[in-house]
Design a binder for this molecule. Structure first.
Ligand code: FES
Length: 350
C-alpha cells in the first residue's frame, strides 16, 4: 500500500517543501528544493503502524531469547565438545553456540532499532541550509594584502638564491619518506615456514649448552632445547630461536593419549614448540601431574599428553610437535623439521 491508495481525508496535513530557485550570477547552482514528501504507510494507516510495532517487538523478544540461550549454552555445553558444521568442518561446540546466540541477540536489537526508526519514528524532513563557502570580499582582500606584505618583508622576491634553494629543499624533503618505504621489504617468502631443525640435528640443553641424552630427561621435568650449532653470539640467534625453541618433557608412554604424539616421541620424551600459537609468547609453566603447560601471557593451556591441544584460553591451535629419536650414542636428535609452521596467527595465512 502507498500513500496514493489512501483516501485524501486520511492523509496528514501537507507540509511545506522548499521551492527551487533560479540560477543567477551570484548563485550559479540553483537549489532544486526537496522532492514532494512521500508519506509512509505507517503514518496514514494505523493497522500498518501496529504491524510495524509488532515486528519491532518480535525482534527485541528474539534478542532476549538469544541472550537466554547464550547463558544456557555457557552453562550446559562442555568446553571440549566438538561438533561438525557444514561446510566449515569441526568446531568447538561451546564457541559456536556462544557466537551464534550472541550474534543473533545483537543483530535482533540492531534490526529492531532500524525498523523502528524507519517505520514509526518521526518522518519530518529537515533541510539544513549551508552557509556560503566563499569568504566576504573584505576578508579576501585583507588576506591578500597580508600575504603580499609577508612576501615583501621576507625579501623572497629580491633574494633569488634563497628562493631557489628553498624550493629545492621543499621539493626534496618528501623523498626521505619515499626512500624509507624500502624497509617494508624484502618479503619473508617461506622463512616463517621452516626452522633450523632438520634430520639428525641434536637437541641442545639451553641452560648447559650440552647435547641432551635421553637418559638426562627425567619424568616430570621440563627442559628447554635449541638446535645444535645455534649459538647466542650468532647474528641470527634471536630470529632463529624465536622459531626453533623447544620444550622437552618426559611422560609415561601409557599416559600419552594421542597416537601420533606417541609415535613421534622417544620412550615418552616429547618435544613441542615453546612458542604459543596465540600471539607468540614463550611458554614456560609445566604442571607435571596433569601434563598441562600454561602460557603466562593470556593463560592459554595445552595438554602435552594429548597432542598439545588447547584446553583453555585464546590460542586457536595445538602446539606443533617435533619428531625426535636417539642416535647411536644415546643423544636426542630431530628426525626432521616441524610438520607445520610454528608461532602465532601464521595458520590463518595458509
Ligand atoms: S600468547 Fe599465549 S596465550 Fe596469548
Amino acid at each position: 500500500m502507498s500513500s496514493q491508495d489512501i483516501p485524501e481525508k486520511n492523509l496528514p496535513a501537507a507540509r511545506e517543501t522548499t521551492h527551487g530557485e533560479v540560477a543567477d550570477e551570484q548563485h550559479p547552482f540553483a537549489d532544486p528544493g526537496l522532492p514532494p514528501h512521500e508519506h509512509r504507510v505507517q503514518d496514514i494507516d494505523e493497522q500498518a503502524a501496529k504491524r510495524s510495532e509488532r515486528s519491532v517487538a518480535l525482534l527485541f523478544t528474539l534478542s532476549m531469547l538469544a541472550t537466554v540461550a547464550f547463558i544456557a549454552a555457557f552453562v550446559a555445553i562442555p568446553h571440549d565438545k566438538a561438533i561438525y558444521v557444514f561446510p566449515i568442518g569441526h568446531l568447538n561446540a561451546l564457541n559456536f553456540a556462544l557466537g551464534v546466540t550472541l550474534g543473533v541477540a545483537l543483530f535482533a536489537i540492531g534490526a529492531g532499532a532500524v525498523h523502528w526508526a524507519r517505520t514509526l519514528m518521526s518522518d519530518v524532513e529537515v533541510a539544513d541550509e549551508r552557509h556560503a563557502i566563499a569568504a566576504d570580499p573584505e576578508v579576501r582582500a585583507k588576506v591578500h594584502a597580508d600575504f603580499k606584505q609577508g612576501a615583501k618583508e621576507s625579501v623572497i622576491g629580491r633574494r633569488k638564491l634563497i628562493r631557489t634553494t628553498m624550493f629545492g629543499a621543499l621539493s626534496l624533503v618528501p623523498l626521505s619518506g619515499v626512500v624509507l618505504l624500502r624497509d617494508l621489504g624484502p618479503l619473508p617468502e617461506d622463512k616463517l615456514r621452516h626452522t633450523l631443525w632438520s634430520k639428525g640435528k641434536l637437541l641442545v640443553n639451553m641452560n648447559t649448552n650440552e647435547p641432551l641424552r635421553a637418559s638426562d630427561v627425567a619424568v616430570g621435568s621440563l627442559t628447554f632445547a635449541k638446535p645444535e650449532g645455534l649459538e647466542e653470539e650468532d647474528h641470527a640467534f634471536q630470529n632463529e630461536i624465536a622459531k626453533a625453541a623447544l620444550m622437552i618433557v618426559r611422560i609415561q608412554p601409557d599416559d600419552i593419549k594421542d597416537k601420533r604424539e606417541l609415535e613421534w616421541s622417544h620412550e615418552g620424551i616429547v618435544a613441542y614448540s615453546k612458542i604459543c600459537t596465540h600471539v607468540g609468547c614463550p611458554i614456560s609453566l609445566y604442571e607435571q601431574q596433569t601434563h598441562h603447560v600454561l602460557c603466562p601471557c593470556h593463560q592459554s593451556t595445552f595438554d602435552l599428553a594429548d597432542g598439545a591441544r588447547v584446553i583453555f584460553g585464546p590460542a586457536g591451535h595445538a602446539l606443533p610437535q617435533l619428531r625426535i629419536g636417539v642416535n647411536d650414542e644415546g643423544y636426542l636428535e630431530a628426525l626432521g623439521d616441524f610438520a607445520e609452521p610454528v608461532g602465532p596467527a601464521f595458520w590463518e595465512r595458509g
